[in-house]
Design a protein around this ligand. Structure first.
Ligand code: FDA
Length: 582
């Protein structure tokens, strides 16, 4: 049987696999990506692309391509709650960074803007860039099984066009094969939770809905009508794919009864029900049934097999975390694979992948599932859960218009229930506050300051080891750069300032001793980079002459508040620990 050799075999070309291949190829690591089907995602699927993901894509050099195709943040902004698109509006929530107060936080947190990039547009950007940088992509190729030895993994794959099988021999295998991951199953990774919590239908369609949507631009229009609570994501949803002519409806079905027959007639009837106007011409382009899952893997790796994306965290689309977390998994993993493969780091560095990402996966699975439950109070406030009689339900919805104390109470209850959905539609902290604790983070002995405000809603920058490098605009001559642009690029970066010469010397010694790529960045008047707004000085939490070491994924690995006569020893010791040597 034929055997193909590579350094990393990536199974799956969804956001997790494509981003892994892209990062690996960007870092010069030979890789083969196999995918079972003959095409990339052919339906919109995941779409909300948060700031942290955009930062990752910026570092991987594809941010501009994504921004060029995505629906921009201002058009994502009003989550609308209504009885149908043409029917009564029940309320709106400023979402996805479009509340003026949150807008400022987004502006301050990152050089990158959130956007709406449907998966069928995102995957080609990632995959084209990966292939153009060296990834060998094989469509129609299904992973079947694998075996591990001390120095590699041999996977058996099937060429579905030819109908024969061959082996791929790799040093590592990345299982990014989605929510029904065979790699996870074969690797025996322990999981918590369950699949199939509720049933949902996706109906993709074309219709010109400009007259119903352009005056209240949004990515999501929630239809809270009697019957909308059946299964699925907690309500009927009309989601914008391309403003304002391409759409997707998400509608629940009863899991016990099984998915309905997805005929065109059925699909059109659901769409028209949510639009509230049967006269609108609708062209159905695809339908599919899926289940809401509530499951995460406790560990993401079994020796040389490492898993990412939906393979290890399976949850509903609430909060829009699916592809975001998948791309971020890839970014965490790729630099570690590179350094282990080129011998710079010990294999122990790869253990930190699971240690750092599994807690994030667990958190987002819990958050996304909780968000579904948090829709119930909106239905409660409308009175549609209080009766099974549909006519009574509509009377209850109407009761909020009454000039009575009960009416006022209902109006207030509805406002509060909609406002509480901020945890789904404006959870900046969930998106940006990831802090790692692992052997690839060197604690600096400072106590965890915790969070001043709700960590799910508010981003709190920090330079405490484990946190992501805070964004600040600095300048070099006429050029404006984010601190995040100075780090990343697959290498370590040491940030210091005036009086930090000992750290620059230490970096030189570390480069020599460890053979790593480590750049130094000095920020201050008369240095290569200046901090004209004083933003960096406010955020860095160290003195001018202190040091911050960022890893290739722009997370802080080590910091020291001031100059030190032992700078070389401290920095080399920290890097050795991060690299798994000590
Ligand atoms: P993803 O499922 O995207 O990719 C898996 C990849 O593995 C695919 O390329 C597949 O071909 C490949 N593969 C699987 N088994 C293989 C094998 N044995 N051998 C080789 N290749 C194999 N999210 C959201 O936020 N909003 C939404 O509306 C939706 N809607 C939605 C609809 C449908 C139909 C699906 C399947 C998923 C969604 N999602 C979603 C979820 C979202 O798409 C998901 O979170 C991300 O795509 C996860 O990215 P991954 O790369 O991990 O898996």
């Amino acid at each position: 049987m034929e055997t193909v050799e590579t350094d990393v075999l990536v199974v799956g070309s969804g956001p997790a696999g494509a981003a892994t291949a892209l990062a690996l190829s960007t870092y010069g690591v030979p890789n083969v990506m196999v995918t079972r089907y003959g095409s990339l995602a052919d339906t919109p699927r995941a779409h909300i692309t948060n700031q942290r993901t955009m930062e990752v894509l910026r570092d991987l050099g594809v941010e501009d391509q994504v921004t060029a195709q995505a629906t921009p943040q201002p058009l994502m902004g009003n989550t609308v709650f209504c009885t149908s698109l043409a029917g009564e509006e029940l309320g709106r929530l400023r979402s996805w960074g479009n509340d003026p107060l949150v807008q400022a936080a987004h502006e301050l947190a990152s050089p990158s803007r959130m956007c709406d990039m449907p998966q069928h547009l995102m995957e080609p950007v990632l995959v084209n860039a990966a292939v153009s940088r060296g990834t060998a992509l094989r469509f129609h190729t299904e992973y079947l099984s694998h075996e591990q030895s001390d120095d590699g993994v041999t996977a058996l794959v099937e060429d579905r066009l030819r109908g024969d099988t061959y082996r791929v021999r790799a040093r590592y295998l990345v299982g990014a094969d989605g929510g029904r991951s065979r790699v996870v199953e074969n690797a025996g990774l322990p999981t918590v939770g369950r699949m199939g919590v509720a049933g949902s239908l996706n109906i993709v369609f074309e219709a010109d809905l400009t007259h119903l949507t352009a005056h209240r631009p949004s990515t999501l229009y929630w239809v809270l009508a009697p019957g909308a609570t059946v299964g699925g994501i907690g309500a009927g949803l009309v989601r914008c794919v391309r403003p304002w002519t391409e759409w997707m409806v998400v509608w629940g079905y009863d899991l016990e009864a099984g998915p309905p027959d997805l005929t065109e007639e059925f699909a059109r009837s659901v769409v028209h029900r949510l639009l509230g106007d049967d006269t609108i011409p609708v062209r159905i382009t695809s339908t599919s049934a899926w289940t809401v899952n509530h499951l995460y893997a406790e560990t993401y790796a079994d020796r040389r097999v490492l898993c990412a994306g939906d393979a290890v965290h399976r949850h509903p689309p609430s909060n829009g975390l699916g592809s975001n977390t998948s791309i971020q998994d890839a970014y965490n993993l790729a630099w570690k694979l590179k350094l282990v493969l080129d011998g710079t780091a010990a294999p122990a560095l790869l253990d930190t992948y699971s240690a750092e990402r599994a807690p994030v996966g667990r958190q987002i699975v819990e958050r996304a599932n909780r968000s579904i439950g948090e829709t119930a109070p909106v239905f409660e406030a409308l009175g549609v859960l209080a009766t099974s009689d549909t006519e009574q339900m509509w009377r209850n919805v109407d009761a909020r218009k009454a000039a009575t104390p009960e009416g006022a109470k209902q109006r207030q209850g509805l406002r509060e229930a909609i406002a509480a959905k901020v945890y789904e539609f404006n959870a900046h902290g969930v998106e940006m506050n990831q802090r790692y604790v692992s052997d690839a983070i060197v604690p600096d002995g400072t106590p965890d300051p915790g969070f001043g405000r709700d960590p799910e809603l508010y981003h709190q920058p920090s330079t405490r080891p484990g946190a992501k490098l805070p964004h600040a605009w600095v300048v070099r001559g006429r050029e404006r750069l984010s601190t995040l642009d100075l780090g990343g690029h697959g290498r370590f970066t040491l940030f210091t300032g005036i009086g930090g010469d000992c750290w620059e010397e230490a970096a030189g010694a570390a480069r020599k001793a460890l053979g790593i790529e480590l750049v130094t960045v000095s920020i201050g008047p008369g240095r290569e980079y200046e901090d004209p707004y004083g933003d960096w000085a406010r955020l860095r939490e160290i003195g001018d002459c202190g040091a911050l070491l960022t890893r290739p994924d722009n997370h802080i690995g080590f910091r020291h508040p001031e100059m030190s006569p032992h700078a070389g020893e401290l920095l080399i010791g920290a890097l050795r620990k991060i690299l798994g040597h000590g």
